[in-house]
Design a protein around this ligand. Structure first.
Ligand code: HGY
Ligand code: MN
Ligand code: MN
Length: 435
């Protein structure tokens, strides 16, 4: 059977794996409609926050697709959903693939979804090829990869890997303005996911291997004219929340010498973060202040309280910490000079992950067989794989995305690149499931 993409199907151990690219393109398009569609001149903007009606409709649609493929379905207490193709030796540890379908506000339609629908199509392609895997192959939809709703990313895979305390997770409050009163416990229960979060945990060795397909979310593959990336390491993210408390007042009557302007102090902190990050001279050290909440937020009122949410990442956690130490020294002097109170709260500080050399080698072999020159590379975006690495050997497959753009409506990956990545994924899963 020839693949619809017109490119030769991948061969693995005499199986002919053909990807139905037309169907994948249509399914990605359908999945992108489960959103509050914002008019955007730059492509299909997607907003799909975890446990919202859009997310729940998308999950239901996906479960229908999986059911029609004869996969068994299990949902855990936080909504991680496991679609399993049972192998001929079901007691063996399974081979897993998966990603997320939640999307940050005004995002694109490929981040995460390529890994979920790619995993489903990889299973379908293996079934069509006549493969009879020894090990079960499991597609996993992971809950809340994005930090939008509860302020910390990868909640589902953190709970699977025991990287977050279940009680702390259940007690997380809404991180979006106006949602501070809701907790994860309330929201997940209302969405139908009940039971203690401690039951989400999976043991070391639960999976034989974990392989995630994802868009690169960076420009390197396209810039170097390469068609596929094999991730060898995932950078370590950390999140901090700074609260600056000054004295508010009338924008006209409160004279400058009497001011304790919280936003001006916050501005100095933001620039301190940027300058100390640049001062490392390391391209792998990145920092962002993506949220700045100003209270009371009136044009004619001096800001009395500001909350900054900081996202800082590095392949080297010690270097990441050195940036924060330098920022803290500045924070002390900013607080003193401006007579404001500045407090810091840790959201998360994670270690990087190294991908399994064996799994990297398996994908190298598949790519050689397909005549694909693959690039070994670091992922600076974090992914659920970062936490699945705590319980399983992992690897990621990257496909190019136009201009390296992601987390924007104009995020784009071509049907040919998606089909190629899916075919390599299918061949890899087929090989691993016969180990
Ligand atoms: O922020 C990240 O790296 C991921 O896309 N959530
Ligand atoms: Mn993302
Ligand atoms: Mn993602």
């Amino acid at each position: 059977m020839q693949t619809q993409t017109g490119t030769p199907p991948s061969r693995t151990d005499s199986l002919e794996i053909a990807i139905d690219s037309t169907r994948m393109t249509s399914e990605l398009q359908t999945l992108s409609t489960f959103t509050s569609i914002e008019p955007s001149s730059k492509g299909t903007a997607v907003t799909r926050i975890v446990f919202t009606p859009d997310d729940m409709r998308a999950r239901a649609w996906l479960k229908d697709l999986a059911r029609s493929e004869g996969l068994t379905i299990r949902e855990d207490a936080v909504g991680n959903t496991f679609f399993r193709w049972v192998g001929t030796e079901p007691d063996l540890s399974a081979v897993a693939t998966g990603s997320h379908i939640d999307a940050i506000p005004h995002a694109g339609m490929y981040d995460g979804t390529v890994g979920v629908l790619g995993g489903l199509e990889a299973i379908r392609a293996l079934k069509r090829s006549g493969a009879r895997p020894r090990r079960s192959i499991e597609l996993v939809l992971l809950t809340s990869e994005e930090p939008t709703r509860f302020g910390i990313g990868c909640l589902g895979s953190r709970l699977i890997s025991g990287t977050i305390n279940p009680d702390r997770a259940d007690g997380l409050h809404g991180a979006q303005r106006g949602s501070e009163d809701e907790t994860l416990a309330q929201v997940r229960t209302a969405a139908g996911f009940k039971g203690p979060l401690s039951t989400v945990r999976l043991p070391q060795g639960h999976y034989h291997a974990w392989v995630e397909l994802h868009i690169e979310q960076g420009p390197l593959l396209e810039r170097e004219g390469l068609l596929l990336g094999i991730v060898t390491a995932i950078a370590a993210p950390a999140g901090y929340r700074f609260t600056i408390e000054g004295i508010g007042g009338h924008a006209g009557a409160l004279l400058m010498p009497d001011r304790r302007d919280a936003l001006c102090a916050a501005a100095e902190i933001i620039l301190s973060i940027e300058s100390h990050t640049l001062a490392t001279g390391a391209i792998d050290t990145v920092a962002t202040v993506g949220i700045c909440d100003v209270y009371p937020g009136a044009v004619n009122s001096v800001p009395s309280r500001v909350t900054l949410q900081v996202d800082i990442r590095d392949t080297d956690p010690a270097r990441r910490e050195s940036v924060m130490h330098a920022v803290r020294r500045d924070v002390v002097s900013i607080a003193t000079c401006r007579e404001v109170r500045i407090s810091e709260a840790l959201v998360n500080a994670d270690n990087p992950a190294t991908c399994s050399p064996h799994l990297v080698g398996v994908i190298d072999d598949v790519c050689r067989g397909d005549g694909i020159t693959a690039k070994h590379m670091v992922s600076r975006a974090y992914h659920d794989s970062l936490f699945m690495a705590r319980i399983s050997p992992i690897v990621m497959i990257f496909i190019p995305c136009r201009g390296g753009v992601s987390h924007r409506p104009d995020e784009y990956a071509s049907p040919a690149d998606i089909a190629r990545g899916t075919r390599v994924l299918a061949a890899t899963l087929g090989k691993l499931a016969s180990e």
